[in-house]
Design a binder for this molecule. Structure first.
Ligand code: PLP
Length: 425
């Protein structure tokens, strides 16, 4: 058959876009070539509803080995007792946890979307906010999670589940404190580590597994794997709600979660993506990945310092992880304007609401900047100064097409120092 030139030309065009730009979207990264290659392989043809050794279809003996390898590697990374590698995305992983833990109409408590939380933590636009009664905590004026508010709302509303984790929060979490709040009301704690998972895997941030009952993550952000989701338990436990199996035994939490992924919320697993997850997990178990995590944090620190030295206002005054949130109001810019202008210079990041934002979510007062992708490209601390200088030049001349086009040329030249998938030609 003839190669579909129309589609493959577009794929090549996207590769060139990635090669020539500075990627600062905090949730993005570049997988290794072998992670990417594993995704375009034969297991995509295979139906494997069920779990290794317990499938609804024949011919699953090889994908059973693939999925088992992925599970075993993931358990090793996080010292987990149980893991499910089938969720198609982070949102799917959270959906399955909700189904396992909650009945429709019950209460959840999560970080407000406008304060850095995620849609799946109870936003009215998402299934989590439509199906369950959602309450929220926020951050203080200093930009730090308001644990006192979390406690007040928790004691008043007695949610069945407290969710911690965020998409736009630059500080570490006090998981022990959250667990003690939950224990006072018998709530389950879900830690959604979609963003910092790679840093947690490398032991560079607090360990949520010590205190949170259930942990979910994406695999494509700081974990640097294919797009996907995962669910993990360090310690399995009998479900506290008295849910029994057909033999009358209390179901373990792991069983409820497996059932909630399949058949609860998904059909056949993407075994080609699970193969790519297994490859990524293998990479995470190496010393190279730990060095990557350390460099991510050093780069984020260097970038934060470079922004502050140019008079930018960082929420919470800095960062513990891989990202920072910048309030642009003192620069007389909106997040929307900044994102659109930087895009023209091939510097990619996203507008983001800042805590207590007075602008709509479509405009926003801030931007979110992350270093995982440029760290994968090979950038070091000194390069953060260069990147911030380029950003600052564009933002300070946001209506000057000449400056924007000059910076675009410089960005492209600068990025030639950091080859991306050179093997692909
Ligand atoms: C990115 C993210 C998710 C969702 O991941 P998708 O793969 O896009 O569905 C869930 N929770 C948090 C906190 C995230 O940042």
């Amino acid at each position: 058959m003839q190669k579909d030139k129309q589609v493959f030309d577009l794929i090549d065009k996207e590769l060139e876009r990635q090669r020539n730009g500075i990627e600062l979207i905090a949730s993005e990264n570049f997988t290794s070539l072998q992670v990417m290659q594993a995704m375009g392989t034969a297991p995509t043809n295979k139906y494997a509803e069920g779990y290794p050794g317990k499938r609804y279809y024949g011919g699953c003996e090889v994908v059973d080995e693939i999925e088992t390898l992925a599970i075993e590697r993931l358990k090793k990374i996080f010292r987990a007792q149980w893991a499910n590698v089938q969720p198609h995305s982070g949102a799917q992983a959270n959906g399955a946890v909700f189904l396992a833990v909650m009945k429709p109409g019950e209460k959840i408590l999560g970080l407000d979307l406008s304060m850095g939380g995620h849609l799946t933590h109870g936003s009215p636009a998402n299934f989590s906010g439509k199906t369950y009664e959602a309450f929220h905590y926020g951050v203080t004026r200093d930009g730090i999670v308001d644990y006192e508010q979390m406690e007040t709302v928790a004691l008043r509303e007695k949610p069945k589940m407290i969710i911690c984790g965020a998409s736009a929060y630059s500080r570490d979490w006090d998981y022990q404190r959250i667990r003690s709040i939950a224990d006072a009301i018998g709530a389950v704690v879900l830690a959604d580590i979609a963003h910092p998972a790679g840093l947690i895997a490398s032991g560079l941030l607090n360990d949520p597994f010590d205190h949170c009952h259930i942990v979910t993550s994406t695999t494509h952000k700081t974990l640097r794997g294919p797009r996907g989701g995962i669910i993990m338990l360090r310690h399995d436990f009998e479900n506290p709600w008295g849910i029994k199996d057909p033999k009358g035994n209390l179901r373990m939490m792991s069983q409820l979660l497996d059932l909630a992924v399949f058949p609860g919320t998904q059909g056949g697993p993407l075994e080609h993506v699970i193969a790519a997850k297994a490859v990524a997990f293998g990479e995470i178990l190496t010393e190279d990945f730990k060095a990557y995590g350390q460099q991510v944090i050093r780069n984020a620190q260097a970038m934060a310092a470079a922004f502050v030295s140019r008079g930018y206002h960082l929420i919470s005054e800095g960062t513990d992880n891989h990202l920072m949130l910048i309030d642009l109001r003192n620069k007389n810019l909106t997040g929307k304007k900044a994102q659109e202008t930087l895009d023209k210079a091939h510097i990619t990041l996203n507008k983001n609401a800042v805590p207590f934002d007075d602008k709509s979510p479509f405009v926003t007062s801030g931007i979110r900047v992350g270093v995982p992708a440029i760290t994968t490209r090979g950038m070091k601390e000194k390069d953060m100064e260069t990147v911030v200088a380029l950003i600052d030049r564009v933002l300070m001349q946001a209506d000057d097409e000449k400056t924007i086009s000059e910076v675009r040329t410089e960005v492209s030249a600068f990025m030639q120092q950091f080859p991306l998938y050179p093997e692909l030609g």
